[in-house]
Ligand binder design. Structure first.
Ligand SMILES: O=C[C@H](O)[C@H](O)[C@H](O)COP(=O)(O)O
Length: 219
């Protein structure tokens, strides 16, 4: 099976975790796009969605799925999103599509985070995928110096402005053995909007697409 077929497989499997009549938290990315297309088929059975990016909103609206502003929603039973990496405890690196801040906001509204990913995303230790950090433009150079001092190699993502008008710095060469601590540390640096470590908002369940079918990892 190709990676795209595995993404389609988990996008379909995620439908079983949608709570009928509820507002669904919807992530961002190519795997989530498969989920959105499946969600469209059951749109009459949900109240709508709260979205984590302009791109996902556009896709939801194109399918005729009502999209609620996050400020209108107090809580959602489930948030469904992809990941760039996920470890065996449900900690993730996210932000490869620059949507990490809004993703963490919607994840914070959710009672459960269901991660959908193809098998290539499962790792023993986070960090082989360059860690995205959303940064306010004025703080770019200082945050990059701090990231280098942590032992990583930061690089500005050229030509990318987030939905919030900020920059993305990608940090390679980190071995993230303590995701919770590193998330808390980087998040409190002046000018950092969000770090792409999702440890505090880790997955409750991962639907992992493998050539043998969907593997469920409960955390
Ligand atoms: O900002 C983007 C998100 O964190 C995505 O969920 C992540 O990059 C995974 O995307 P994809 O499903 O395209 O691999």
């Amino acid at each position: 099976m190709t990676q795209d077929e595995l993404k389609a497989l988990v996008g379909r499997a995620a439908i079983d975790h949608v709570v009928p009549g509820s507002i669904v938290g919807v992530g961002t990315g190519s795997t989530v796009n498969c989920f959105i297309d499946e969600l469209a088929k059951i749109k009459d059975r949900i109240a709508g969605a709260v979205s984590s990016s302009v791109k996902s909103t556009e896709r939801l609206v194109a399918h005729g799925i009502p999209v609620f502003d996050a400020n209108e929603v107090e809580s959602v039973p489930v948030y469904i999103d992809g990941a760039d990496e996920i470890d065996h405890r449900g900690h993730m690196i996210k932000g490869g599509g620059a949507a990490l801040t809004r993703e963490k906001i919607v994840a914070d509204l959710a009672q459960r985070f269901v991660c959908i990913a193809d098998a290539s995303k499962l790792v023993d230790t986070l960090g082989a995928f360059p860690l995205p950090v959303e940064v306010i433009p004025m703080a770019r150079a200082q945050v990059m110096r701090r990231l280098a001092a942590l032992g990583g190699t930061p690089r500005l993502r050229e030509g990318v402005i987030t939905d919030n008008g900020n920059l993305i710095v990608d940090v390679s060469g980190l071995r993230i053995t303590e995701p919770l601590a590193m998330e808390a540390d980087i998040n409190q640096w002046p000018g950092v909007v969000t770090v792409g470590i999702f440890a505090r908002h880790r997955a409750s369940l991962c639907l992992l697409g493998t050539p043998e079918g969907v593997r469920q990892l409960n955390f």
